[in-house]
Design a protein around this ligand. Structure first.
Ligand code: CTP
Length: 129
């Protein structure tokens, strides 16, 4: 069985999130998703996601294509998570292209193209206007 791992915040769940999870699942048989914690988001962006980490996790966990979820507490722990969850493949959006090549010694690393014209940041901007 090929185990696939991917990571993200998945705030204000949108179709770009759905597509990357569907395409991640197609890279194997079992999909594990690391949901970044509120604290991790705050440390990166100095703001909290709109949905709490528990809400974001519940939404991702309810998807048919997702087999397992966990909280990503720190960006520095990606290698540990890959090992802990026995991942054969790491999938990241191509906004991260090349940035995770150091994990090629642990597993296959795949960058998938982002779905055009949708992002959580843009949704927030549209609603604000
Ligand atoms: N993603 C995607 N296509 C989009 C938006 C996101 O494939 N249009 C992917 C990202 O590449 C990542 C995952 O979905 O692998 C989770 O991304 P996340 O950062 O949570 O979502 P964004 O909408 O990009 O959020 P933000 O605008 O806050 O960066």
């Amino acid at each position: 069985m090929r185990r696939v791992i991917t990571f993200g915040t998945f705030d204000l769940f949108h179709v770009g999130h759905l597509r990357i999870l569907e395409r991640s699942k197609q890279k194997g048989d079992y999909l594990i998703v690391g949901i970044s914690t509120d604290a991790l988001n705050y440390s990166k962006k100095q703001k909290n996601p709109i949905y709490s980490q528990e809400e974001r996790m519940d939404i991702i966990n309810a998807l048919k294509v997702v087999d397992e979820v966990f909280f990503e507490e720190s960006l520095e722990l990606k290698g540990e998570y890959i090992k802990k969850y026995n991942a054969d493949v790491l999938v990241m959006g191509d906004d991260w292209a090349g940035r995770f090549d150091m994990f090629k010694e642990l597993c296959e690393v795949v960058y998938l193209p982002r779905t055009p014209s949708v992002s959580t940041t843009e949704i927030i901007e549209i609603i604000k206007k």
